[in-house]
Design a protein around this ligand. Structure first.
Ligand code: HEM
Length: 403
């Protein structure tokens, strides 16, 4: 890692910002990002990634500061690492600021607040019990597919009210969307076509008459009818339910099982005291953050400790690295379901754009772990395969035998 003393690249460089040659989107780094994240954290509170010509924030305090200072670190200029995506996602909830963002978020959040999720809670518990019963009877299953995919696909797509036709493509679409958030590498380029399918679906199929009556999707259209949103926004917000609600939860669930399989003492603790489950979920999301990071655009110069990020620069915020920052966490690599400050992680983000669906995600994962804790003493790990994605971390397969 070198230190820059003069202007370099297209962005005017301030003094003493460390420069890294790392490609944080290479296959190798995506599969095992921890050594490079650590080197970036150790280099300084803010580092310049020469390959991407972007700054990166990898420490916990600075990540929270960036995410919590939306007046400087804008989402409305896009949160992705490539310009075509930042152009085409303009105006989406995730990619908006200030009053516009707040208004959209108010509408979108209505069915996602804990009081509104109360009805869904019973359905989720019943479905989770039945699913776990079937899988445990079988004796072995894939935690990434058989266990983790069922609730998000069945429950969420039903609640959003999506038409049957096309629903089976939702997982493929969501994976492609998260790939397209990366820099213009081959993974991003290969995913553009698939992503277009989901946009066509949201805009073409999610219309009155096709959406289930009383569904979340229809609530968006009702809000447009009441003048709370322009109709075009209501339609694109369908993507805010479809895109981030599936893989995130699926990956968090299978990572949790993978962690429990490798740390049987932690599973024993949860089985003895299921009230630890919410903290165990936080700990799994901290240590294997399903969303590793998005970016922000600095509207003004900002100083992190002594390091100055110039105005008009793109800054990647690595939530996955912040959640393993040894400045914040004792033994950050250890999965510890009783960790006192586990809930402080930024795996669900932080600040104005903090995850809108975290209550639902917690509900789904809690229901599965609660059912498993009643029936399973040990997870024996079989074949596992990691997902290669520009934004997401987790598994394609986690085969387990249960005892
Ligand atoms: C374990 C599961 C999940 C994880 C780890 C996760 C993670 C995140 C993160 C890190 C952000 C912040 C993005 C940013 O700072 O730019 C976010 C935002 C968001 N999430 Fe989640 N998410 C999960 C589940 C869900 C679910 C189930 C839904 C929908 C029902 C959802 C909907 C959203 C939406 C709409 C936003 C944008 C919020 C805004 O911009 O105001 N997420 N999520």
């Amino acid at each position: 890692m070198q230190t820059v003393t003069e202007g370099k690249g297209t962005t005017k460089m301030p003094k003493s910002i460390p420069v890294s040659e790392a490609d944080i989107y290479s296959d190798e780094t995506l599969l095992n990002p921890w050594p490079i994240y650590r080197a970036i954290r150790d280099a300084g509170p803010i580092v310049y990634l020469d390959k991407l010509q972007m700054f990166v924030v990898a420490r916990f305090n600075e990540a929270r500061e960036a995410l919590g200072t939306a007046s400087v670190f804008s989402s409305a200029h896009g949160v992705m690492m490539n310009q075509p995506m930042n152009e085409s996602t303009k105006g989406m909830l995730l990619c908006s600021d200030g009053a516009e963002h707040q208004q959209m978020r108010r509408v979108l959040m209505k069915p996602l607040v804990p009081s509104a999720l109360r009805d869904l809670k019973d359905t989720i518990s019943i479905e989770a019990e039945a699913l776990v019963d079937r899988l445990v009877t079988r004796g072995n299953f894939d935690a990434a597919t058989d266990l983790a995919q069922y609730l998000p696909v069945a429950i969420v797509s039903h609640a959003v009210g999506l038409p049957e036709e096309g629903r089976e493509k939702m997982l493929e679409w969501a994976i492609a969307g998260f790939n397209c958030a990366g820099p213009m590498n081959q993974r991003t380029i290969n995913s553009f076509g698939t992503l277009k399918g989901s946009i066509d679906y949201a805009l073409g199929e999610c219309v009155r008459g096709k959406l289930k009556p009383g569904s979340w999707g229809e609530m968006l259209l009702d809000a447009a009818d009441r003048g709370e949103l322009p109709i075009e926004k209501a339609k694109t917000m369908m993507l805010d339910y479809m895109g981030p609600s599936l893989d995130t939860t699926i990956l968090a669930t299978s990572s949790a099982i993978w962690l429990f399989a490798q740390n049987p003492d932690q599973w024993d603790l949860v089985c003895q005291d299921p009230s630890l489950i919410p903290n165990a979920i936080n700990e799994a999301i901290r240590i294997e953050s399903p969303i590793q990071g998005f970016s922000r655009y600095a509207l003004a110069e900002h100083t992190f400790n002594d390091a100055v990020v110039p105005a008009s620069s793109r800054v990647i915020v690595l939530n996955g690295s912040a959640n393993r920052d040894e400045r914040k966490w004792d033994s950050p690599e250890t999965f510890h379901v009783r960790r006192k400050n586990a809930s402080e992680h930024v795996g669900f983000g932080y600040g104005e754009h903090v995850c809108a669906g975290m209550n639902l995600a917690r509900l789904e994962i809690t229901a599965l772990l609660t059912s498993l804790a009643k029936r399973v003493r040990r997870f024996e790990l079989g074949k596992t395969e990691r997902l290669l994605n520009n934004t997401l971390r987790g598994f394609k397969n986690v085969e387990v035998t249960v005892h």
